[in-house]
Design a binder for this molecule. Structure first.
Ligand code: NAD
Ligand code: WQD
Length: 336
């Protein structure tokens, strides 16, 4: 049994499908602050298997410990958290409370119930401004915003807890840029309001929900002047979590591991690929740089291959095709 916090969210829902496909039992613990129960109905229908759902907040230590004990889980995958960079700058205390205090409550509940394996959702944002590329796990850590600080704080907390008692096992997964959707088109990313991230914005322009894309800067020192990122298919990412859970079963330690493809694509590469697969125009206007953005980011994914036996399989066309499939089948997300 795997206990999945935030399992109804974008990455969590795709991971639940792959956990069920791998024959593992799943309990989801989610307060649905940024997701819908409908996502979990669809997860079960895709996998053809049931999972358990407990509605609750990770900051509610009593409810959390009860749910964890009831689940009989041996390991936790911890997705629950807030992830909007701009919002984290406006409401830092809410971000520290949800992401850092919430994780502390979770570790306390795990300690009380003797569950000592956790896969944690970290982010490539912990590398800050690149001092070299591709980023390896040894790259110095820094944060340029509050969201990134909360990920750094949790990473430190996990290392400290592991040092105090090496029976704890942690896989700290540093995701690059997750995009795409399940190939069934039944689950995908459902951002509330105006999307912050590039891929959902492009998809909403292509489907006609928004008029044009703002390209945040075309004067970066990159091949076409626009920002370069390592986009990773959410199903590849989900499979990485199954591998990480299996890894923790056999190996002790506290390891930070990049989950990226190792390939960078520019904003315009992504726009052109999306136009090709959707056969729709994606009009754009070039605007100023977005504050806090870096020019380029991509992973060295060698450690994931060595430790987990995992690597990304999907190319840019597949990322766009699966996003488009989800967008056209669910033009208004889960609520439409
Ligand atoms: P998401 O918002 O879709 O999913 C997060 C889930 O956690 C939601 O279902 C939400 O309702 C739940 N949740 C939030 N706070 C909670 C709380 N206090 N108690 C219980 N449930 C709570 O986000 P996602 O894109 O699936 O991201 C999952 C994790 O991966 C997050 O920790 C995020 O920071 C991290 N991450 C995401 C990205 C990305 O670009 N999507 C990149 C790197 C890391
Ligand atoms: C990608 C590229 C933009 C929107 C963010 C978080 C990071 C992680 C993933 C959680 C950049 C450009 C974007 C738009 C644009 N999240 N862009 N027009 O910034 O790499 O990472 O999400 O951990 O922490 O910071 O992703 O998708 O926002 O941007 O031109 O409307 O697209 O400038 O070059 P980013 P993104």
């Amino acid at each position: 049994m795997i206990f999945v916090t935030g399992g109804a969210g974008y990455i969590g829902s795709h991971t639940c499908v792959e956990l069920l496909n791998a024959g593992l039992d799943v309990t989801v613990f989610d307060n649905f602050s940024n997701s819908q129960p409908e996502a979990l109905s669809r997860v079960q229908s895709i996998a053809g298997k049931q999972l358990r759902v407990v509605e609750g907040d990770i900051r509610d230590g009593v409810a959390l410990q009860q749910a964890l004990a009831d689940s009989g889980a041996k390991a936790v995958i911890h997705f629950a958290g807030l992830k909007a960079v701009g919002e984290s700058e406006a409401e830092p205390l809410r971000y520290y409370d949800n992401n850092v205090v919430g994780t502390m409550r979770l570790l306390e509940a795990m300690k009380a119930t003797g569950v000592k394996q956790m896969v944690f959702s970290s982010s490539a944002t912990v590398y800050g401004v690149p001092q070299f590329l591709p980023y390896t796990e040894q790259h110095p850590l820094s944060a340029t915003n509050t969201y990134g600080q909360t990920k750094l704080a949790v990473e430190s907390m996990l290392r400290d807890v592991h040092r105090s008692d090496p029976e704890w096992r942690f896989a700290i997964l540093r995701y690059f840029n997750p995009v795409g959707a399940h190939p069934s088109g039944r689950i995908g990313e459902d951002p509330q309001g105006v999307p912050n991230n590039l891929m959902p914005f492009v998809a909403q322009v292509a489907v006609g929900r928004r008029e044009f894309l703002n390209v945040w800067g075309n004067d970066y020192p990159t091949p076409d002047g626009t920002g370069v990122r390592d986009y990773i298919h959410v199903v590849d990412l989900a499979l990485g979590h199954v591998k990480a859970v299996q890894f923790l079963e056999r190996e002790a330690g506290c390891n930070a591991i990049n989950l990226g493809s190792g390939v960078g694509h520019s904003v315009l590469d992504l726009v052109r690929a999306f136009e090709r697969v959707s056969n729709r125009p994606v009009p754009f206007k070039v605007g100023p740089r977005r504050s806090g953005d870096i020019a380029e980011s991509w992973a060295n994914p060698a450690l994931a291959k060595n430790l987990l036996g995992w690597s990304a399989m999907s190319d840019l066309n597949k990322l766009c095709a699966d996003t488009w499939n989800w967008q056209t089948r669910n033009p208004n997300g889960y609520t439409g």
